[in-house]
Design a protein around this ligand. Structure first.
Ligand code: ZN
Length: 452
């Protein structure tokens, strides 16, 4: 049972061919056309899927389905994608599922929201696989999110998870892409950050951001540009990222106060590029707004990197299409498949799956219960460890230096692949932000409130 997953983004199309254990057999990646029509983009997706199939050493007929995670408004039932502003000529309703299926010899195509499939991938296969409740926050051009409660992606009436549009500034907020003001995304979305950088730059404030952008040959302030500017100690880049961290801290903490989830996963292009230090700063920034700072959720970096979208899209197929007898193709490739970690199959059904047909969950209730029990046990251990760790941390709090903080982070990062130790999960860091981070966040808040 081979599936293709397509991550359809504004800048790139990433395809992965996976087997029934979600092991990646082949991939293809190419730029998304910046001009043209939905037909043209669909041609490119089809070519990319075919290339990935060849890359995997299988045949198109071996695919039981293709999942596409896309931006804009998805109607999974109708198979349409509408109003995708980041895709050329796509401010229309386009029957992507049928059109792509036609170009791929009739293989079924399923559509899903890009952020929701990304969160689902992290829940099923990535950083969230040991948790039953979590919030995924994906920082990219905008800030998307997904809420998982009791292993199910909460979609509400279809539009849940819009964490980017939680209000973090009630008065005189920055303008958001949604047309409102003061949303988290207006401070932490790459598009909004770029807008602010251009404004300041125009007013004569110095920055290397745009020089780095040109040097890298990018038309926008891509995640890599921000990363480089931070490393070069660009003042404006630091100011804007600190502002983003402040907004993310406030917004995510509010979401946690409402849901009391076990974990928060930070992903998206910017999140992945800035990595663990960014995640640590967000966790620090959350603390002042948490109603229960002594028992915060675990804050983790997404694990699947930029393959998360494609893997999540491939999961869409599993949820719609009943497993069929293993094809010759699957057998053929099974041997050479690279070993990946086993899949936690206790996870979420997505929106449309619920609406259409129950997911074929190949796990027994007993196994599910056992997993939950194990998770609960781990949480307890984590809390104990955290409590033990907190005591000495408090003592040192006043004089904590960034240098002192650094080794802790390094350890956490080192431990990341294992991820099973209680210490990693535990909020090992003290509840209060270090003076450095706290000062930076305060500065960011001050900038925000004094901004005209
Ligand atoms: Zn908004």
């Amino acid at each position: 049972m081979l599936r293709a997953g397509v991550d359809l983004g504004g800048t790139k199309i990433q395809v992965a061919i996976v087997d029934k254990l979600n092991r990646v057999l082949g991939t293809d990646r190419r730029p998304t056309p910046t001009v043209g029509t939905p037909d043209g983009v669909t041609d490119t997706i089809a070519s990319s899927v075919k290339a990935a199939v060849v890359n995997a050493g299988v045949d198109l007929e071996d695919l039981v389905g293709v999942g596409v995670g896309g931006p804009g408004q998805i109607d999974a039932k109708a198979g349409t994608l509408s109003n995708a502003g980041n895709l050329p000529g796509w401010m229309v309703t386009y029957p992507l599922a049928a059109e792509l299926s036609d170009r791929l010899g009739g293989v079924p195509v399923e559509l899903g929201n890009d952020v929701q499939v990304g969160v689902n991938a992290e829940v099923r296969l990535g950083a969230g696989r040991e948790y039953t409740s979590l919030i995924g926050v994906f920082c990219g051009t905008g800030v998307g999110g997904g809420v998982v409660i009791n292993n199910e992606l909460w979609i509400g009436r279809g539009a849940a998870g819009e964490i980017g549009h939680m209000k973090v500034m009630a008065k005189d907020g920055a303008p958001c892409g949604c047309g409102r003001f003061g949303c988290m995304e207006a401070y932490a979305g790459r598009a909004a950050m770029e807008l602010q950088a251009r404004k300041w730059h125009k007013k004569g404030k110095k920055t290397q951001l745009f020089k780095i952008m040109k040097k890298k040959g990018k038309p926008r302030l891509a995640s890599g540009v921000w990363d480089k500017a931070l490393k070069e100690n660009d003042k404006m880049a630091h100011k804007l990222i600190d502002r983003a961290v402040w907004a993310l801290g406030a917004g995510i903490a509010s979401a946690v106060n409402l849901t009391d989830v076990q974990a928060v996963i930070i992903g998206g292009g910017l999140g992945i590029r800035l990595g663990q230090p960014f995640v640590d700063d967000i966790r620090d920034a959350m603390m002042p707004s948490l109603i229960k700072p002594q028992d915060p959720p675990v804050v983790l970096l997404a694990e699947l990197g930029d393959m998360g979208g494609a893997l999540g899209a491939a999961l869409l197929v599993e949820q719609y299409i009943k497993p069929v007898a293993t094809t010759a193709g699957a057998k053929k490739v099974a041997k050479k498949a690279p070993a990946r970690r086993p899949v936690n199959q206790t996870a979420a059904k997505t929106s449309a799956a619920v609406a259409r047909q129950p997911a074929p969950v190949p796990v027994t209730a007993a196994k599910k219960a056992a997993t939950r029990k194990a998770a609960a046990k781990k949480t307890t251990t984590a809390r104990t460890t955290a409590a033990a760790k907190r005591a000495p941390a408090k003592k040192a709090a006043a004089g904590t230096t960034a240098a002192k903080k650094a080794p802790a982070r390094k350890t956490a990062a080192k431990r990341a692949p294992a991820k099973k130790t209680a210490a990693k999960k535990a909020p090992a860091k003290k509840a209060a932000a270090s003076p450095t981070t706290a000062a930076r966040i305060a500065e960011a808040a001050r900038v925000l409130t004094t901004r005209s």
